[in-house]
Design a protein around this ligand. Structure first.
Ligand SMILES: N[C@@H](CCC(=O)N[C@@H](CS)C(=O)NCC(=O)O)C(=O)O
Length: 205
């Protein structure tokens, strides 16, 4: 399968999931500004909306939207436990998390990355994010991962979103449980591998 990605973007979440599952990943780097694919090609022909991630399946079909992609991947290797069984209440709980992350957290970050967003609006977006982080901070208290003791695809997504605080001068120290979660997930060997593959780790001197 081919994963279309941009370094450090939300596509890092399915990238982490593929490595956690041991699914071989062919990475295709996308320039989301001019919509070109590294090595040649027009990305809008892969995903007409021009954004990452997109997953090209072995049968040539293209699956888009991060929350759908990560569930598809988890269902390829159900025994790995990265998503509860489809149809179970636990699966809806996972979808509840994925929907919250995508609509309430991810999309609150998006204007911060756009050069044409007015500074006054960036301030409001950061306040909205802080309110979501306050709530998340309580939810994750005493837990290793969002749904409890085991790592799921929602944790990969939350890790990527928390990672963005570094680029937006948001100090995670204000939310110690979230900072601990970010460190815990960031230390997973497959997460380190994905960060390395996207060129996001500083090389050892
Ligand atoms: N609804 C999409 C949103 C994806 C998205 O926001 N992608 C961003 C990177 S995190 C992107 O590619 N932005 C470039 C653009 O929109 O042109 C999803 O959840 O997969």
């Amino acid at each position: 399968m081919k994963l279309y990605y941009a370094p450090g973007a939300c596509s890092l979440s399915p990238h982490i999931v593929m490595r956690e599952l041991g699914i071989p990943v062919e990475l295709k780097k996308v320039n989301t500004k001019d919509k070109t694919i590294e090595g040649g090609g027009d990305y809008t022909k892969v995903n007409g909306r021009g954004y990452v991630p997109a997953l090209e399946l072995d049968n040539g079909q293209v699956l888009t939207e991060g929350p759908a992609i990560v569930q598809y991947l988890a269902d390829q290797k159900p025994d790995a436990g990265l998503a509860p069984r489809a149809g179970s209440l636990e699966r809806y709980r996972l979808q509840e998390w994925l929907n919250f992350l995508t609509s309430e957290v991810h999309k609150s970050f998006s204007p911060l990355f756009k050069p044409n967003t007015p500074e006054e609006y960036k301030k409001i977006a950061k306040e909205n994010l802080a309110a979501r982080f306050d709530w998340l901070e309580q939810q994750i208290a005493g837990k290793d991962y969002l749904t409890g003791k085991t790592f799921t695809v929602a944790d990969a997504y939350l890790f990527v979103l928390l990672n963005w605080t570094k680029f937006q001068s948001i100090d995670l120290a204000r939310w110690p449980n979230l900072a601990a979660f970010h460190a815990r997930v960031g230390a997973r060997p497959k997460v380190q591998e994905a960060l390395q593959a996207e060129g996001l780790l500083k090389k050892a001197a």
